[in-house]
Write a protein that binds this ligand. Structure first.
Ligand code: IPE
Ligand code: IPE
Ligand code: MG
Length: 255
C-alpha cells in the first residue's frame, strides 16, 4: 500500500516534465540513427546484432513520438553511401524492413501512422521494394503521424532528381525556367509538402549530416548525443526536446 503510494509520488515529477513538453514540439523531427556497429562491437557482437537492436529502438521511438504528439518523424535508415559497406551487411540491412514491418504493421495501422519512404527505393532489392509497396498500401488511408523512412536516401541525389524533375516540366512546356522558386523546387523534393525538419538529432557522437536532408535542414536545430542508437531511450528523446524548446530560432531575423 505504502509502496504504491510512494511509487505514485515518485512518478509525479516525471509526468509533469512530460506534460511540460506539450506545445512547441518540433512539427518535424528527423533522426540520424547512428552507432549500431559500435554498440555491437562494445559487446563483442557482430555488427548485424547492433542493427537488430537499433531496429527495436526505432519501434519504441515511433511510439514515443506518437504519444508525445510529434506530427512528422523522419528516420535515416540507409544512405546512398551505405552501399559501400560489405555485401553481407548491406544484405542484412535490406532484410530488416521485412522483419520490422511484419511485426509492426498492425500497430502502425492501429495508431493511424502514415508510412512514407524517401530515397530511391527503385534501386533496392526486389524483396525490399515489395515490403515498401505493401507498407505504403496498408497505411495509405491513415491520417495520424507521418513516419518517413529514408531508405537509399542521399540529399545530393535528391536535389539532382528534383532538378531533373523540374527540367522535365520545362521540356514539356508546362513551366519556364523563370517559374522556378525555392517553394516550387521544394515540391520536387521527396519530402514534397512536408514541413522542414525543426530538429535533427544524431546519435553516436558524430557531428555531421552525412548527406541527410541537406536542403530541408537549412534552418533546423541540431542536437547531438554520444548515446549510441540502440541505447536511445525516451529520456534521451525528452532531453533533446527540452533543449530544443529552449533554443532561440531567429531565421536570420532579430527575434
Ligand atoms: C547506423 O549505424 C546504421 C546505418 C548506417 C545503417 P552504423 O552501422 O553506422 O554504426 P557505426 O557508426 O558503425 O557504429
Ligand atoms: C549515416 O550514418 C547514415 C545512417 C544513419 C543511415 P553513417 O554511419 O553511414 O555515416 P558516416 O559514414 O559515419 O558519415
Ligand atoms: Mg555510422
Amino acid at each position: 500500500m505504502l509502496n504504491r503510494l510512494f511509487a505514485r509520488i515518485r512518478k509525479r515529477p516525471h509526468e509533469k516534465e512530460r506534460f511540460s513538453l506539450e506545445g512547441n514540439l518540433p512539427a518535424h523531427l528527423a533522426i540520424i540513427m547512428d552507432g549500431n556497429g559500435r554498440w555491437a562491437n562494445r559487446r563483442g557482437l557482430p555488427r548485424f546484432a547492433g542493427h537488430h537492436a537499433g531496429m527495436k529502438r526505432m519501434r519504441q521511438v515511433i511510439r514515443d513520438c506518437d504519444e508525445l504528439g510529434i506530427p512528422c518523424l523522419t528516420l535515416y535508415a540507409f544512405s546512398t553511401e551505405n552501399w559501400k559497406r560489405p555485401q553481407d551487411e548491406v544484405e542484412y540491412l535490406m532484410r530488416l524492413p521485412e522483419e520490422f514491418f511484419a511485426s509492426e504493421i498492425d500497430e502502425l495501422v492501429e495508431r493511424g501512422v502514415r508510412v512514407r519512404f524517401i530515397g530511391d527505393t527503385s534501386k533496392l532489392p526486389q524483396h525490399t521494394q515489395d515490403i515498401v509497396h505493401r507498407t505504403l498500401e496498408r497505411t495509405k488511408d491513415s491520417n495520424g503521424m507521418i513516419v518517413n523512412f529514408a531508405l537509399n536516401y542521399g540529399g545530393r541525389a535528391e536535389i539532382v532528381s528534383a532538378a531533373k524533375s523540374f527540367a522535365r516540366e520545362v521540356a514539356a512546356g508546362t513551366a519556364t525556367w523563370d517559374d522556378l522558386t525555392e517553394e516550387r523546387f521544394q515540391q520536387h523534393l521527396s519530402t514534397g509538402s512536408l514541413p522542414d525538419p525543426d530538429l535533427v538529432i544524431r546519435t553516436s557522437g558524430e557531428m555531421r549530416l552525412s548527406n541527410f536532408l541537406i536542403w530541408q535542414a537549412a534552418y533546423a536545430e541540431f542536437w547531438f548525443t554520444d548515446v549510441l542508437w540502440p541505447d536511445f531511450t525516451r529520456d534521451v528523446l525528452e532531453q533533446a526536446l527540452r533543449e530544443f524548446q529552449g533554443r532561440k530560432r531567429r531565421f536570420g531575423g532579430l527575434k
